[in-house]
Design a binder for this molecule. Structure first.
Ligand SMILES: O=c1ccn([C@H]2C[C@H](O)[C@@H](COP(=O)(O)OP(=O)(O)OP(=O)(O)O)O2)c(=O)[nH]1
Length: 181
């Protein structure tokens, strides 16, 4: 096939060496059904085509500085934000949201969290770090509120996805098993 100047011809030449065919057969994200098997509790309305919605279990606000050093880290003190009649009314600022579901990241995978788009459309955002293979717990996310918002306790605010990933070892850090009663 001639090179069309858009890189597509080049990629197809790789095909003949088995390069592109390998990556084509390796899907990136798992389906929502697959993800749902690794979370609990999960109801049907949480299962999305490409992931599973996470609910809001608790909100905290940091009150003391934390520290990231070369020899370790500490998470700064926080205070609990109490919902009023089951609703968190959050003024602009940074909060820690705890999710309501226990997640177990299976071998051969890595997890990420995306905000539910309705959260983003309401000027709020959830930031995610990497959810490592082997991690199990009810994790947390940084909830940035850009405009006052009302979030009901237990409402779906985020979506958890699993991507296929190579890894060496499994997560065994300080957050292993966090918030599991
Ligand atoms: O947005 C996120 C991202 C990750 N995690 C969980 C899953 C992850 O496996 C675990 C630890 O994350 P990470 O390895 O980034 O933490 P660390 O700061 O490096 O701590 P440690 O040294 O204990 O690994 O925290 C969350 O709860 N929220």
């Amino acid at each position: 096939m001639p090179d069309r100047g858009d890189g597509r011809g080049k990629r197809r030449r790789c095909d003949r060496h088995g390069f592109a065919s390998r990556s084509a057969s390796r899907r990136m994200y798992e389906s929502g059904r697959y993800v749902a098997e690794r979370l609990e509790p999960v109801t049907d309305d949480q299962i999305q085509p490409n992931g599973v919605d996470l609910t809001l279990a608790a909100v905290e606000r940091q009150t003391e500085p934390g520290r990231i050093g070369t020899d370790g880290k500490t998470v700064g003190k926080r205070e609990t934000v109490a919902p009023e009649e089951g609703v968190y009314r959050l003024e602009p600022g940074a909060y820690i949201a705890r999710y309501g579901e226990t997640v177990a990241v299976p071998d051969g995978h890595v997890g990420f969290v995306y905000p539910r788009s309705s959260l983003m459309r309401n000027s709020c955002m959830l930031n995610t770090a990497v959810w490592d293979a082997g991690y199990e717990g009810r994790g947390e996310g940084l909830l940035r509120v850009g405009h006052t918002v009302e979030l009901e306790a237990g409402a779906r605010i985020a979506q958890f996805v699993l991507a296929a990933a190579d890894h060496e070892g499994r997560y065994d850090g300080t957050y292993q098993g966090e918030h599991i009663e």
